[in-house]
Design a protein around this ligand. Structure first.
Ligand SMILES: Nc1ncnc2c1ncn2[C@@H]1O[C@H](COP(=O)(O)OP(=O)(O)OP(=O)(O)O)[C@@H](O)[C@H]1O
Length: 272
């Protein structure tokens, strides 16, 4: 279980995360939503142990997150960052292999290779294994990074999987596959926390949603409880219609067309 209690994070005098509390249980997929600059990535950096809270505590499996050694943490949580920059000329296979580094000494064992092959299959990148990472498209690179992160924790159920905008560069097929995979891992006992910008994907795949605004927890609960016109306006300052999909009973969010507002602004600029 992951327990976040009254966590605040400051960079200098700037408050990026303010007094946030929530818990995630094994088997749960939590989606973090919020406007640009709301503090989502800052929160993820705290949950991964990359940054320490300025106040409050984070416990992973009952132990204070910051008391884990780097090696222990590498076996208990994996994080896919928003920007994964690799400038060296590695093969896609070598990038995925990096995810297994914490598990072996000199060479990957047959078990490690088995996992590397499995994660490359489920992320649809087996055919890219001998390609130079630098020559891959944005969406392909993202899937290679996802495979690398999955390789790290694939054989550790109850591990914490942190995904910061994992599907942003992916086409609709891989968006669905990636989130279905995350949901499947949650069902196997992993704790999955993912930042998404697409509220419809959140409605489709989240067990719970955490909506942040100005670094604070604004809403937290099941999609059916918290996704509505008011919460979307509160958090995104955007008017949207929220329907219920008659087949799945999940929310469908349709932002209102605001072309007329933009035209008004442009018109004013042009005529002054
Ligand atoms: N080191 C820092 N020093 C000062 N301000 C920072 C620092 N890091 C982030 N910020 C600011 O804190 C706010 C939250 O940033 P964060 O990256 O967590 O937002 P986010 O919700 O992930 O946004 P996005 O959706 O655009 O990725 C932003 O306004 C950002 O400019």
């Amino acid at each position: 279980m992951l327990t976040v209690e009254n966590v605040t994070f400051m960079a200098g005098k700037r408050v990026l995360v303010k007094d946030v509390s929530f818990a995630v249980h094994p088997g749960e997929i939590l989606v973090v939503l919020g406007a640009n600059g709301a503090g989502k990535s800052s929160l993820m950096r705290l949950l991964s142990g990359e940054k320490e809270p300025s106040a409050g505590t984070i416990h992973l499996s009952g132990k204070l997150l910051n008391s884990y050694t780097a090696k222990e943490l590498a076996l208990k949580r994996a994080m896919m960052n928003q920007q994964n920059i690799i400038n060296l000329d590695f093969l896609a296979l070598e990038v995925v292999q990096m995810g297994r580094y914490p598990h072996y000494r000199n060479q990957p064992t047959p078990h490690d290779w088995d996992i590397i092959n499995q994660v490359m299959t489920v992320t649809g990148i087996s055919h890219l294994s001998e390609r130079s990472f630098l020559t891959l498209s944005g969406g392909e690179q993202q899937r290679v990074h996802l495979a690398r992160v999955l390789a790290q924790i694939w054989d550790t159920p109850e591990a914490l999987l942190l995904l910061d905008e994992p599907v942003s560069g992916m086409d609709i097929q891989y968006q669905q596959q990636t989130l279905a995979l995350a949901a499947m891992l949650a069902k196997k006992g992993f704790m999955v926390i993912t930042i998404l910008h697409d509220i419809n994907l959140a409605a489709q795949y989240a067990d719970n949603i955490l909506m942040l605004k100005n670094g604070r927890k604004w809403y937290h609960g099941a999609p059916s409880e918290i996704l509505n016109t008011k919460s979307i306006y509160d958090v995104f300052e955007t008017e949207a219609d929220v329907f219920t999909n008659p087949h799945t009973l999940q929310q469908l969010i349709m932002p209102k067309n605001i072309t007329h507002q933009i035209l008004e602004i442009n018109l004013k600029t042009i005529t002054t």
